[in-house]
Design a protein around this ligand. Structure first.
Ligand SMILES: [Zn+2]
Length: 402
């Protein structure tokens, strides 16, 4: 058994702490994620098992995946440890930095976001918290989507309640803000539209201090600016309305995509092509929002695709005629099979989940490798053990969380 030593803390996700460590088996720097209080209650336990299974299932260049899952340190254990690829920074840190963001960067990032989310949606997975901080970036501009703590499968049954307590507010789609009981993968598309605009302007597109102000900001941009003044809806006189009343009022709003010109003023470097794509991502009506597949056909993504597949991808090879081909003739490949969450049906108690987690770790989901464990005698171990989730996240622990 080889031992792994925590090096330094590098980040804090919604549900875990991430440390940079060196994998002693190959000397590579990797990320060690600690998930504390896993078995606090049945919902958090199931959520962690789901995230673990997803991380081991993923096999895509633009989606973070597990390199290994470590056995627990204590018995009975309350913490889980998973090793993933190590990434240098994230898109949020880049946007707020002084670093230059060229059009080439933006095209390349947006292409990889759509390519990764297309893969997730192909697996029937909704990420539900796409935001710049969950888009990890390497120094060579490779991008990987991370943090699947809120991810779940699409719900085909429209009568089933789905929690609205998802997606960081600034990136939350109108249907979520207005309390939709059922929603689909278009919530991720909305978030991508917000991030695209944020990349161009380097400021958050809809930055409101409450959900009510958030929905009004969206309405003002998408709808109000596109109708005649006589039809405009006065927010000042309605500022006392609660969300339910707003939901009724907004029922009647235009369901059509806004004109590209609506978005021209958002950034000085805005082009018609960029504004056109934003107008298809940021559509009020989720059924009229483009899918990732459709968005990837947009002319704006052409150069990002070319750049990605000439310098960063692992899928292409060059034929004798000098023609570049993706291995499976698909530049934006879908997963081989959809993610299966039927195992959750048998998990009724915390102990059920604990046993399922143990079985899962013992099944060596990341392939047969020399077993690895955390070194409890290392100098930084006490700090590693003491590090906890840095900030709370608005996630309900009730049985409604699904
Ligand atoms: Zn390729």
């Amino acid at each position: 058994i080889m031992e792994i030593e925590a090096d330094k803390p590098i980040g804090y996700g919604a549900f875990g702490v991430v440390w940079a460590v060196k994998d002693p088996r190959d000397g590579k720097q990797v990320a060690l994620k600690k998930m504390p209080n896993v078995f606090h209650n049945i919902m958090s336990a199931k959520r962690v098992l789901r995230e673990l299974k997803m991380l081991c299932y993923f096999n895509h260049e633009n989606v973070l995946s597990a390199v290994d899952v470590l056995p627990p340190v204590d018995s009975p254990y309350e913490e889980m440890y998973v090793i993933t690829q190590l990434m240098h920074t994230d898109l949020h840190k880049i946007i707020v930095s002084q670093q230059a963001l060229t059009t080439d960067h933006i095209r390349l990032f947006l292409y990889q976001i759509l390519r990764g989310v297309k893969y997730l949606h192909g697996a029937r997975i909704l990420h539900r918290d796409i935001k710049p901080g969950n888009l990890l970036i390497n120094s060579d501009c490779r991008l990987k989507i991370c943090d699947f703590g809120l991810a779940r499968l699409e719900e085909p049954d429209e009568s089933k309640y789905m929690t609205q307590e998802v997606v960081t507010q600034y990136y939350r789609a109108p249907e979520l803000l207005l309390g939709a009981r059922h929603y689909g993968n278009a919530v991720d598309i909305w978030s991508i539209g917000c991030i695209f605009a944020e990349l161009l302007s380097r400021r958050i597109l809809f930055q409101a201090n409450s959900p009510v102000t958030q929905i009004d900001m969206i309405y003002n941009l998408l709808v109000d600016s596109n109708v005649a003044p006589s039809q405009q809806f006065s927010h000042r006189s309605n500022s006392t309305l609660d969300m339910e009343a707003r939901a009724q009022l907004y029922q009647s709003v235009s369901r059509l995509p806004a004109a590209p010109s609506t978005f021209y003023h958002l950034a000085p470097n805005m082009t018609h092509e960029a504004a056109h794509l934003i107008s298809r991502l940021l559509v009020w009506d989720p059924s009229k929002r483009v899918s990732c597949t459709e968005a990837l056909r947009h002319i704006y993504l052409r150069e990002g695709r070319l750049r990605y597949h000439t310098s960063l991808c692992r899928c292409c090879c060059i034929t004798a005629e000098g023609i570049r081909h993706a291995a499976d003739h698909e530049f934006e490949a879908m997963p081989d099979m959809v993610f299966d969450d039927s195992y959750e049906d048998d998990l009724r108690t915390v102990d059920d989940v604990r046993n399922a987690v143990t079985d899962f770790i013992n099944s060596q989901p990341c392939g047969r490798k020399a077993p690895l464990r955390i070194n409890p005698n290392s100098a930084v171990f006490p700090r590693f053990v003491a590090s906890t989730v840095a900030h709370s996240h608005p996630v309900p622990t009730s049985s409604k969380m699904a």
